[in-house]
Write a protein that binds this ligand. Sequence first.
Ligand SMILES: Cc1ncc(COP(=O)(O)O)c(C=O)c1O
Length: 444
Amino acid sequence: MSNKVIIKGYGDNLEINGVKIGNLSPLDHEKIEKEKGGQNYKPLENVVVSHVQDSSTLICRKPDKNGIKKFIEEELVDGLCCYSAVNQGQLNQDIVDAVVHHLNKEKLPTVPRSIRHKYMSAFLLATTTFTEMDRVVPKVAGVESWELTFKTCRRWGYEIKKIPKNKCIIVGATGNFHGRSVAAVSMSDDPDARENFGPFVPGIELVPYNDLEALEKLFIEKGDYIAAYSVEPIQGEAGVIVPDDSYWPEVRKLCDKHNILLAFDEVQTGFGRTGQNFAWQLFGVKPDIMGCGKAAGGGILPVSFVAGRDDVIGVLSPGSEGSTFGGYPLASVVGTYAIKVLVDNNLAENAAIRGNQLLSHFEELKNEFPDKIKEVRGKGLLTAFEMFDDPKLDGHHVSLSLLEKGVYAKETHKTTIRIAPALTIEAWQIDNIAEAIYGVIKSI
Ligand SMILES: Cc1ncc(COP(=O)(O)O)c(C=O)c1O
């Protein structure tokens, strides 16, 4: 077999060795992915996303039921917005304009951090102001921001708290999700994420989420060795688990009492998602350090960063951290504009308003189907409804039925459906999503 690759064209005319992307049916795409890709995802069946219609609507391709065409195209309301990476809406025009302008007109270079570039100053000024933190360190993927908070907390533990060498403990919460690196799965308690990936990173202990007593017990027992409680302010992947109102204020007190850092993972909850710029603002409890990602890249580029207090981030020294693409000029521009769009358009406020609208639809759903809907949860536009554990109420089946009705949503675990659309979403679109959900639940 020849290894010569001939690539030409754009969009549907993009051609790889004579295979034209626009000529592939949904089944062809599935076949290629099954044959050539790692099988670490199980995407929704019979649907392929093609392009953007508007900030909350995608155009997808589905099999032609008449079997005449390769595919038919339909609108799909984006109820997931790339797991909260597209808070600013798909192809946000201001961010796209900034990217195109800087690439074409400003001749944006690509350089690493070993030489200063002028856009880093814009990024640092914007991110420190927006997060209300002293210092920021750029990274790329969400998991990297969490991993850097983990490393920074360990170093702070040794250098500032004076924990004996190699004895440092970072505490996490059960049901956590911080990504897929070895350190992140070492903290995970999800068997699927861990199976045969050991040995795991030592020095991690878990407490049940939202259980103050368990945390206090651990702090009393091992507090001298604990550098940080590293945790999501609201657990997203676990199914939008919102702790009791008193939890974070009490955790903050406990952390202060035992000289333990509070490290928030705001990768999913940040950037307006919960109705405030950051979830810590909902609870009035500021962490000492936090990881941000996803919408930090405006839905265009992977951009993440760690923000924190001067004395915490201050433990990092030259050579201790770095990332080729973390904060490179294009990421700095996109990261800056991701914030500008959020602030200029009051997107956190819109998330709060539209989130309340969606949650009241969910409440109505629960009242109408008390035998099917167990609980509805959410803050801002990070929302979910949980069904009872019953074979008929299968989350995957609900996702597929919603797809039929033109709504993209995906179950987390078996019985919970998370709805987290773009923060630009309009009232009528929320009503449409709710109507589709109502129709599906009624039909089960
Ligand atoms: C809370 C949280 N942290 C970290 C991550 C990992 O982000 P990424 O997939 O960009 O590495 C996620 C992703 O869903 C997340 O929800």
